[in-house]
Design a protein around this ligand. Structure first.
Ligand code: UD1
Length: 420
């Protein structure tokens, strides 16, 4: 039995979509719960498999979990046991690397399986290790395992990251929140999910300043207390629906968004012909005229997000004039283009870029999702294509898009989940 999406393309999208909470903000916050030995209520959690897997990891470690609704939980990690980490689950997602910072901060030691997640070639952890070691941790990578301990306790330190790595910045904040003294991370990642993690921890009594800038200062505190916290809206989910309507034509209203986070995505969409009107917590977007090409270059926030480049690829295929995507964050993030070619897209690969001559006619085909955002790109291609697309390996997509079929159906798409 292979679950798949069946998409009949060619229908314009119109209506409204409520955007869910941001997966990449929720995951660090869920691991941060280990630092808080108290009851926390989290709202706006996206109901996707990566979040479920993380909740299972926490529960198997001994967390007490009550589900308030599909998007809200009450959770207390006071009885969490560092020796009860389900290693088989940690290998299913990249964010399990955050067990290192959180485990060191809470227990003075941590073990996790080698983090999984999307395959973009090498996904090194050296910046994570440098930060944790600067704070006093000893990292001992074993076969298929990462073990860390802090024999003398964690002490604040100053460190400059070589690259504004989101993951390393998260691990640094997690390890430093309860460490003795002050930690200063320069060259830090500035993504909205970093700000959300700092806001959550500060709501629990942490002393973190500068999140959202390149220099973050963390004054260690001795304990954290419970809180109620709402996860920020998912700018990547929002951007994905915007690309979909820009591809099919039509008009869409997105509710529950944070417009400022979307600026790096709105800029190229406008260049490509979308008309977008933004208000405080929602926006409307439509494309009624031609679709134009553009050049995109991924970069750390506030640059154009690497997590949005695949979703623009089908638009560039269809566009008048074509364009180019430079991928500057990951050295291997164009695997999805081979699938897009099966649908009639013309893509010319370069060293760290892909060229799109444009003017293509996309036609339905049997394709597979190679990773989460690459899978989203194929959904968009299917919505824009003539005929039927059968999209397999949708487990990648289910890691990050809540109720995708329901939300797309509600705005006029012909998409169903099949199982054969
Ligand atoms: C990155 C993205 C994030 C996205 C996620 C999944 C950036 C800056 N980060 O986060 O927005 O949600 O992928 O697609 O866009 N690196 C090292 N050593 C390390 C850590 C990272 O060399 O220890 C390099 C990586 O090889 C990569 C870059 O830094 O080239 C970005 O890594 P990082 O931000 O840590 O990745 P994620 O946290 O997974």
């Amino acid at each position: 039995m292979a679950p798949h999406f069946l998409i009949r393309g060619g229908r314009q999208l119109s209506g409204a979509v409520r955007v869910g909470g941001m997966k990449n903000a929720a995951l660090p916050i869920l691991f941060a719960l280990l630092l808080v030995r108290d009851e926390v209520v989290l709202e706006n959690l996206p109901p996707v498999t990566d979040i479920e897997t993380t909740l299972q990891i926490l529960c198997q470690m001994g967390a007490e979990l009550t589900r308030i609704s599909p998007t809200a939980i009450r959770i207390n990690t006071k009885n969490a046991d560092p020796d009860a980490v389900p290693l088989n689950l940690t290998t299913e997602l990249r964010a399990s690397a955050y067990l290192l910072g959180a485990g060191l901060g809470r227990f003075g030691r941590a073990t996790t399986g080698l983090p999984g997640g999307c395959d973009f070639g090498a996904r090194p952890l050296d910046q994570h290790f440098r930060l944790l070691e600067a704070l006093g941790a000893v990292i001992a990578p074993e076969e298929n395992l990462l073990c860390a301990s802090a024999p003398g306790g964690l002490r604040g330190a100053k460190l400059r990251l070589d690259f504004p790595s989101v993951g390393a910045t998260v691990n640094g904040i997690l390890a430093a929140a309860l460490a003795e003294g002050t930690t200063i991370i320069s060259g830090a990642a500035r993504e909205p999910h970093i700000v959300d993690l700092a806001n959550f921890l500060n709501a629990c009594g942490a002393q973190i300043a500068g999140a959202g800038t390149s220099t973050i200062r963390i004054d260690g505190v001795s304990r954290l207390h419970g809180t109620r916290y709402r996860i920020i809206p998912d700018m990547i989910e929002a951007g994905t629906y915007l690309c979909a309507v820009c591809g099919t034509g039509g008009g869409l209203r997105l509710d529950d968004i944070c417009p400022a986070h979307l600026d790096p995505v709105l800029l190229p969409l406008r260049k490509m012909g979308a008309e977008i009107a933004v208000s405080e917590s929602h926006l409307t977007a439509k494309r009624t005229g031609a679709l134009y090409g553009t050049v995109l270059e991924t970069a750390p926030y506030p640059g154009f997000p690497t997590d949005m480049q695949p979703q623009f690829a089908p638009l560039l295929c269809l566009s008048r004039g074509g364009g180019r995507i430079y991928e500057r964050v990951w050295n291997s993030r164009f695997q999805y283009t081979a699938e897009l070619e099966r649908m009639g897209g013309r893509i010319l690969p370069g060293k760290d870029f892909a060229d799109f001559p444009g003017g293509d006619r996309l036609t339905g085909a049997r394709v597979r999702a190679t990773d989460l955002r690459g899978g989203a790109a194929l959904v968009i291609a299917g919505l824009c294509a003539e005929g039927m697309t059968e999209l397999y390996d949708i487990r990648h997509i289910e890691r990050g898009y809540p109720q995708l079929v329901e939300k797309l159906t509600a705005i006029g798409a012909e998409i169903a989940c099949g199982n054969d």
